[in-house]
Ligand binder design. Structure first.
Ligand SMILES: C[S@@+](CC[C@H](N)C(=O)[O-])C[C@H]1O[C@@H](n2cnc3c(N)ncnc32)[C@H](O)[C@@H]1O
Length: 99
């Protein structure tokens, strides 16, 4: 995959899987406050149906799942099949696939 700028993949490249799943990136907890601010601004709450377009590895979507609770529905959407496969496996592991 071509890498440009500060480690961000070329937008023309359809497969973000390698970038999104790179451990050095995801181990960085600096993204968590940004993720939480996004969800605060979107006012995500109990029972909501949430669509995450470009979900990547589910950084935002899995946190949203905790906010919407068992009555809500979370839709993971991404152009990269590898990332959707990753999110599905993680949802199965967390036993939230039915949400
Ligand atoms: C910068 S990453 C953000 C990932 C995630 N939302 C996060 O905050 O960590 C952009 C994501 O958008 C996805 N993407 C790019 N173009 C897309 C498109 N046309 N439709 C859906 N997803 C797309 C990429 O595969 C990638 O997972």
């Amino acid at each position: 995959m071509p890498w440009v700028g500060a480690g961000i993949p070329d937008l023309a490249d359809a497969d973000w899987t390698e970038w999104a799943l790179a451990a050095k990136f995801r181990e960085s907890a600096f993204l968590f406050p940004i993720r939480d601010k996004v969800l605060d601004h979107a006012a995500v709450g109990i029972g909501d149906v949430v669509l995450d377009v470009g979900t990547g590895d589910g950084l935002i979507a899995f946190a949203a799942l905790e906010r919407i609770g068992p009555t809500g529905r979370m839709i993971f959407s991404d152009v990269a099949q590898g990332l959707l496969d990753h999110c599905r496996a993680e949802a199965e592991r967390l036993r939230v696939l039915d949400h």
